[in-house]
Write a protein that binds this ligand. Sequence first.
Ligand code: FAD
Length: 331
Amino acid sequence: MTSILTLCVSTHSSIPRSGLELLAAARSLSQQTDVGPVQMLFLGSGVRELAPALIHHGADQVLLVDHPGLEHPNDEVVLGIAEKVVRQFAPRVVLLSHDDLSGGHVGPRLAHRLKTGIVTDCTGFAVQDGHIRWLRPVYGGKAMAYMCVRGPVQIVTIRSRAFEPLPADPLRTGEVQEVPLAPEALSASVVVVERVETAEAEGGLSLDRAEIIVSGGRGMGSAEGFSILHELARVLGAAVGGSRPAADMGWVPHSHLVGQTGKIVAPKLYIAVGISGATQHMAGAGSSKTIVAINKDPDAPIFKLAHIGVIGEWEKIVPPLIQAFQEMRSR
Ligand SMILES: Cc1cc2nc3c(=O)[nH]c(=O)nc-3n(C[C@H](O)[C@H](O)[C@H](O)COP(=O)(O)OP(=O)(O)OC[C@H]3O[C@@H](n4cnc5c(N)ncnc54)[C@H](O)[C@@H]3O)c2cc1C
């Protein structure tokens, strides 16, 4: 029997949202094809008790690797474990999260080791004549393309927030199987000495986790101008992002750059202030569920993509907006 294998590396002894998104994608695929049940290879330290939650969120079988040596897992170790599990269980599809260690670092190397194909940064899929066609943005997000994988196993990385996690169903049942780990499986040529959450340390809430992002561009004019975006973000419980010029001028940390060469985000709400909407920026922000643009130029390209457009200078728009949100919150 074949299967769909999802790969999730636990962070801080918790289940990352990206793992739940993979389970949602895999469930949908399982329902539309005969690829088989949904497995999750779940790695971490002290994570055994999280396995039932993975079943409640869509896994039929959890392949658990729980080991103290995986507290700060590195990609070489994850790659070795993933390769062993794929060879043992022979899934037809392997899904990884595009935006974390497992997708970006492990996916392509896994495909190479297995002599198979990979499609990266997928936002969806379609099934036609029994074949899975993976949907992904191309040309910096200007077009979408369907791609097929030829090879013994399809390796696919899924863009963050392309799928919504399924609500937990405590009545769902499944199997938890421990995967034994040989001591040499933990040895790697590169050792993780310390892991620093730069995004949080430098710029507040991380872009990956935020449901609302307030982003600023060159139009903010200065670091002082940018501080009002932090104020807006604080009121909304949002993360702060920025365009390339804003990051290059040091108004926002590079870890908070949104776009083709920065983070690809898909929050529920993306508020772009003083951002023109260049293709390279929108390649990172275009999948947001609702885009609000504030720009003084009525011909700014961002208005073609924004769901709500506000034409005017941010100096006159953002302060009353903050006040209105504050009043709403205090009600
Ligand atoms: C290979 C490559 C990769 C790139 N990768 C990225 C990337 O990942 N991310 C990214 O962002 N860019 C990237 N860029 C740069 C990109 O092409 C644009 O130059 C950049 O996004 C423009 O940033 P901006 O919108 O902040 O600035 P601008 O294009 O200068 O726009 C500023 C906007 O602010 C408005 N404005 C000015 N004053 C006010 C005011 N007082 N109130 C309201 N609005 C005001 C203006 O009308 C204007 O629309 C890349 C470029 C290349 C070539």
